[in-house]
Structures are given as C-alpha cells and as structure tokens.
Design a protein around this ligand. Structure first.
Ligand code: CP
Ligand code: NVA
Length: 308
C-alpha cells in the first residue's frame, strides 16, 4: 500500500519523480486550450473520497479538480456529517470506505487519526493536513520554487513566524530535497527539535536564529504562515500576535535576504499580520503560483499512490 502521509516518510527518489511528473503534467495541460480535457486519464473509473474535518478552500478544490482532470470521480465528505464525527471509530470508517473508494484524502486534527486511517484502510491514504504536518502543500512549494529559480538543492529557506504544521513539512523537505533551513520565531513556537535533528542527519543545515534580520541573510526563499492555525485556540490570539509581530514578513525583512529571494505563503493569508500587502503583492511573491501548483503536485501524488 502506497500512502502519502508525510514527506519524511516518503523516499527521496519518489518525491523527486512526483515533482518532475507534476511539472510535466502542468506544462502539458497549460499548453492546451482552456477546457480541453487531458489526453491522459489515469484515474478513469476511480473514486476518491475527500474527507474534511477542518475548513479548506485550496485543498478541497485542487484535489477535486485534479481527480476530475485525470478522469476520476470524487466524493467530498465533511467529518461532522459522517458517523466518524459521531462516535464511529476511525478504523471502522477506514475499513468501510475501502470497500467503496480507491483512494482517501483526509484533513484532520490529530496525526493519530491519519495514521489509524492508513493502518486500517486497504486503499491508499493521503495527508491533506493535520495539526502536525501538511506535506501536499510543500510538494507544491518545491515545484513552485524550482519553476522560478531552478533546483532547490543547496538553497537557503527561512521560515519566519510560528513553527507550525506547514513549517514541519518544510523541515521534512529540507532533508529530502537537500536545502538548508533556518527557523526564526519566538522560543515558545519552535518547530519540533526532532524534525530539525532529522534534517541535520540527512546532511543539511537546520537551524534556529532568533533575530529575523540575521536569519534571512543569504536567504533564497522566505516563508511564513498564519499566526493562529485551525487547531490553535482563539484565546491564544493576543499572546501569539504579541510574540510574532517581530517576525512579520515585510519589505525590510525581504530587503535583508538575497536580491532574488522569493516569498511564499500557503494561504489563507492574514494581510498586514504575518505578511504585509506590499510583500504579498510584490515582485518576490509567488503565492498564487503555489496555490495553482497544489493542483499539479497533488495529481502526481495521487498517481504515485495509485501506481498509475
Ligand atoms: N493552503 C491550504 O491548505 O489551504 P486550504 O486550507 O484552503 O486548503
Ligand atoms: N497552519 C495553517 C495552515 C492552513 C492551510 C493551519 O493549520 O490552519
């Protein structure tokens, strides 16, 4: 069974093959007239369940469109509307869904839910975000970086802000794709130390630098995300904002990076909080390419999982 649960749980060669296939499929699709179907229909006859226990715009739409472009069909399920949200076990849900569908994508809270789904499903399971990671996002981000600037190997990526789930997947990717990673943010919001150690063991730099201006020296890419994730209590809002304000990505911070540094954000963005309008809408920003690339990257992820 080929699940896609995390970047650090996936072979380096497989990750590279997915990025390359995504890029080729994107070029093929975007060179055709709008509305022309893909020649290739590798998901013909396949049914994909997309389960959401949290809100989503990009993940929901990009998976749904991606499956349809490849000739498959989808069923979008809200966790609350399923018996899953009313006491049925994850294991039983996984066993039942596996009798109907060929692939399951789930966005959930606890990583344990994802892992249990994968353990008991007899079809592949894809991580559409948990409290702990967001691997599909970072596959799109790697594709985006490489389209704009060439190979990401050997580059320096700086994460400024909350060491959250999206940050974790970036650290996983550092070890796999061979780029250096620096986290800058307050100590209470550090990424998991084990993730940084794992990246270092893979031979890349994975560091923490509290001073954001020093952190971005020599940076090829600056990334941030919301200061309050979907799993964070709203009661933490004021404290987090106070702690994270020095880590806002603004023109001053971008100017301290390399002149051709890019800016990324998985979106949704909170403009004038973690990032200014000037950066979001400025020349370094590739945020909407990232959003588009969710579609192309996930098409490759689904093909990998299904072996088609
Ligand atoms: N970036 C991302 O996963 O967006 P959604 O929450 O809209 O799916
Ligand atoms: N860190 C954010 C990402 C949203 C796509 C969250 O988990 O809410």
């Amino acid at each position: 069974m080929t699940h896609f649960l995390d970047i650090n749980a996936t072979d380096t060669a497989d990750l590279r093959a997915m990025i390359d296939q995504a890029r080729a499929m994107k070029e093929a699709r975007n060179s055709r007239p709008r509305g022309a179907p893909d020649d290739d229909q590798p998901l013909a006859g396949r049914m994909v369940a997309l389960i959401f226990e949290k809100p989503s715009t990009r993940t929901r739409v990009s998976f749904d469109v991606g499956v349809r472009q490849m000739g498959g069909q989808t069923m979008v399920l809200s966790g609350n509307d399923m018996q899953l949200g009313h006491g049925e076990t994850i294991a039983d849900t996984a066993r039942v869904l596996s009798r109907y569908v060929d692939l399951i994508m789930i966005r959930t809270f606890e990583e344990a839910t994802l892992l249990e789904m994968a353990e008991y499903a007899s079809v592949p399971v894809i991580n559409g975000l948990t409290n702990r990671s967001h691997p599909c996002q970072i596959m799109a981000d790697i594709l985006t970086y490489e389209e704009h600037r060439g190979p990401i190997a050997g580059r320096k990526v700086v994460w400024s802000g909350d060491g959250n789930n999206v940050c974790a997947s970036f650290i996983h990717a550092a070890g796999r794709f061979g780029f250096d990673f620096t986290f800058t943010g307050p100590p209470t919001l550090d990424p998991e130390a084990g993730f940084l150690e794992e990246a270092r063991a893979a031979g890349v730099k994975a560091e923490i630098e509290r001073d954001p201006m020093r952190a971005v020296e020599g940076a090829d890419l600056i990334v941030t995300d919301t200061w309050i994730s979907m799993h964070d209590p709203q009661s933490a809002r004021e404290r987090r904002h106070n702690q994270l304000r020095p880590y806002q990505v603004n023109d001053r911070l971008m100017a301290a990076a390399k002149p051709d540094a890019l800016f990324m954000h998985c979106l949704p963005a909170h403009r004038e909080e973690e990032v200014t309008n000037a950066v979001m809408d400025g020349p370094a920003s590739v945020v909407f390419d990232e959003a588009e690339n969710r579609l192309h990257a996930q098409k490759a992820v689904m093909r990998y999982c299904l072996g088609v």
